[in-house]
Design a binder for this molecule. Sequence first.
Ligand SMILES: [Zn+2]
Length: 351
Amino acid sequence: MNYQRKRILFYSVLAGLFTILLLLVSISLDSSGYQLVGSSPTPALIPHQVDAQIVETPSQAPVEDYTFALDKPAPSLEIMPEPPLQEEPKLPAASTVTLNTYVPIPASPSALAVKGAVQSSTRPTPLPSKISIPVLNYHSVTIDPGNVVVISPAKLEEQLMYLHDHGYTPVSLTTFISLIEGKDVEAAPEKPVLLTFDDGYIDNYEQAMPLLAKYSFPATLFISPGMSDQEGYLNWEQIKKLQEAGWDIQPHGMTHPHLPQLSADQQAFEILEARKQIEEKLGTKADVYCYPYGEYNKTTLKLLKDHGFRYAFTIEQGNATNQQSPYLLKRLFINGEEGLKSFIRKLSAHD
Ligand SMILES: [Zn+2]
């Protein structure tokens, strides 16, 4: 029986020890989870502490960097690049994605296109490539059916009205020269046109002047002063009236000669005497010539150049442009027998 008692006692002691061991183990498990937190065993505290630690350490550096960046640009430039450089390599790590999306280079052509657009829009055009102005060539304004150099006052007014209603701006000779020389381009009217009248017929004063005055259109008149006393031609008094009305008076030879048939001296007289008389009578510059019959030769051109003429008009058909010789400016002949449609076609056919 003693032996049995001892066994019972041994097992009971062993059971007690085992119980104590279990208790100790359970206690140790509890302490790892909640013991340190103590009274508030909310698991949220642990993650919060961890977050706080993670946030605090990196947040301090960037925040300071930003303050530096704002206050002291120079040091910030040295500090700032470091974090991006450490982080950026992480982006290339996903290289297959980024490369695939950026490799197709759709950006560079569009960028080039934009650059081109910007360049073309902002680039100040150094020289306007071509300046083209229609110069209408009238002669007599009266009623003379069958005569192509004569236009009826009614037809002339129809054409003036068309110019007025369709945005054309008849300009003075001075303005025309400025435009053809590329000056005052900003002030240029949208559709400049120069109205010229050749020979100095008296009907220019009687018929054309009041019609042009009605529309406030200036004009340029090429006269042959040697004809001024002849019947059907303007006298000086009328020429002055035209000048006062905004007409620019320029030379057309003294006697409306066929210049190429004349000697150099004769040509010089025709050209220079006409200019001299106009300048003396009207107190104006008369250095823009108009070839009678549109005829000229090398001597004519040399005379004009040597004596400082600035421009000369021919009867070659087309607009006057800055790409033509200044002594060979083209004009558009107005055929008095043609209707408004051909006038409109003529105006828009050339550029
Ligand atoms: Zn003529």
